[in-house]
Design a protein around this ligand. Structure first.
Ligand SMILES: Cc1cc2nc3c(=O)[nH]c(=O)nc-3n(C[C@H](O)[C@H](O)[C@H](O)COP(=O)(O)OP(=O)(O)OC[C@H]3O[C@@H](n4cnc5c(N)ncnc54)[C@H](O)[C@@H]3O)c2cc1C
Length: 440
């Protein structure tokens, strides 16, 4: 049965929810409270920051409008990989210089290691699989460019990327009519994102951090050296605040966020488990996580229980009709790319917000003109690893353990407002139309 999801405002209808069973409900904040640090948002960013601060001995609370993992952290594709920008390596080098581009890659790899290290320390399997990631050429001309890209990666960054031709793809169980060759990148792995975020919350609670669910922050007010955050049934006073709402942030909490973020939809379907015959009919038996070369990319992987997960970018408006159309488009793309599975039911289908910014890169740092307020936001659709490390880094900034100069320049530029923010979605509609043409 396909779930439309979110009927009760809390349930997403995702496969991840179904796979973790009952999710712990934290209490709602009622009345007044005081903490050293208040964090807005209980996804990977907010919880990673909370864990760091609780470990440093500070009193910390996480204020969440819904519940732990309700945002993108409980909805994503589970690709723990590089990310945090929509700029290509060549664009990063041209804008920030080679040394900063290298520094940013090192940060992304440290981010993947952060998640890897946590899973090991917490003895959490999280349904992990896949060694690295493969990019699949959706056109012969994209495959033709892979050899040069692999050489560039090796010479510039020392990354050993491997090129696979069409026959090698088939031999590796990566078959499909639209896959004309592959570029394997050696870093990253896949996991169950909900298991990871729930485990992260459990660590925060264990260290004495408080998580308040159903507690939307609606207003910010400065009171001397402190901030007062108004919530539905109370308020929190704190000297330091960390904004970790990403694509679910409220534009007026605080007002600084107004016009600086651009949430965009991504949708995911997960099929029922596939039989051996069905896997062989399609020629897809690999557990490698994969994405295609489209700008409006698809991402997909065979889960350990042999369900296929398939994600599509795109979709701008969140009205029932446009969501329905987005899901239908996702299903049609799946049927075209995996024709042997066109008859296979999708047990789960859901969507979530990824978060873009005007400069096409995440921001981790202080909020200008709001003393004591910090933010880590806008991971551009690849934030499992980035938000895990950046949550720690933004906590380190709040603690005064590091300064902005200790972070890569790529993620140190405060979010700029979009020109004519009310038209953000229209710009995007135009861009999507152009990208759709380019992807052909
Ligand atoms: C469908 C989809 C697929 C994705 N696939 C991948 C992938 O495969 N790999 C990858 O690396 N990344 C992926 N991402 C992106 C990744 O999930 C996010 O970058 C990451 O989860 C961001 O974590 P976060 O903690 O910053 O934000 P979120 O997890 O979105 O959490 C923000 C939380 O803040 C809360 N909040 C916001 N404002 C307020 C307020 N005023 N008061 C109280 N609470 C508030 C929200 O309720 C929400 O729970 C995907 C995202 C989506 C939507």
């Amino acid at each position: 049965m396909a779930h439309i999801g979110e009927q009760d405002g809390i349930t997403i209808g995702s496969y991840w929810e179904a796979s973790v069973g009952e999710i712990k409900e934290d209490r709602q904040l009622v009345g007044e409270a005081r903490f050293d640090v208040a964090i807005v948002g209980a996804g990977y960013t907010g919880l990673s920051a909370a864990l760091r601060l609780a470990e440093a001995g500070l009193s910390v609370c996480v204020l969440e409008a819904n519940r732990v993992g309700w945002g993108a952290s409980g909805r994503n594709g589970g690709f723990c990989c590089t990310g945090g920008t929509k700029r290509s390596d060549a664009q990063l080098i041209s804008k920030f210089g080679l040394e900063e581009a290298k520094r940013f890659l090192a940060y992304q790899l440290e981010a993947i290691d952060t998640v890897d290290d946590r899973l090991a320390r917490w003895n959490l399997d999280a349904d992990r699989h896949s060694k690295g990631e493969i990019i699949l050429a959706h056109r012969p001309r994209d495959y033709a460019g892979f050899a040069a890209e692999a050489a560039f990666q090796e010479e510039t960054f020392g990354v050993e990327a491997a090129v696979l031709g069409p026959d090698a793809l088939k031999e590796r169980g990566l078959g499909g009519p639209e896959f004309h060759g592959g570029l394997h990148l050696p870093y990253g792995f896949a996991l169950n994102p909900m298991k990871y975020v729930q485990a992260l919350a459990a660590q925060v609670r264990r260290r004495g951090g408080r998580i308040f669910a159903h507690t939307p922050v609606t207003q910010f007010e400065q009171e001397g050296p402190n901030w007062r955050l108004a919530t539905r049934y109370g308020s929190v006073q704190a000297e330091k605040v960390i904004l970790a709402g990403n694509g679910y942030s409220r534009e007026n909490a605080p007002n600084w966020l107004n016009g600086r973020l651009l949430p965009v939809m991504s949708s995911v379907l997960v099929t029922r488990p596939l039989s051996n015959v069905e896997l062989n009919d399609q020629g897809w038996t690999s557990d490698l996580m994969a994405a295609d070369t489209r700008i409006l990319l698809h991402y997909f992987r065979l889960l350990p229980d042999r369900r296929m997960l398939f994600g599509t970018r795109g979709g701008i408006f969140e009205t029932p009709d446009s969501l329905k159309a987005m899901r239908a488009r996702g299903r049609a793309d799946f049927d075209r790319m995996f024709p042997a599975w066109a008859h296979v039911e999708a047990d789960h289908q859901w969507h979530g917000h990824v978060c873009l910014a005007r400069d096409l890169s995440a921001y981790v740092g202080a909020v200008p003109e709001m003393d004591g307020v910090f933010a880590s936001l806008a991971y551009h659709g690849s934030g499992i690893a980035m938000s895990s490390l950046s949550g720690e880094k933004v906590a380190d900034l709040a603690l005064g353990r590091i300064t902005q100069a200790d972070l890569p320049a790529v993620i140190s530029r405060p979010l700029r407002r979009f020109p004519f923010p009310a038209l953000r979605q229209l710009y995007l509609q135009g861009a999507y139309w152009a990208y759709g043409l380019k992807d052909r």
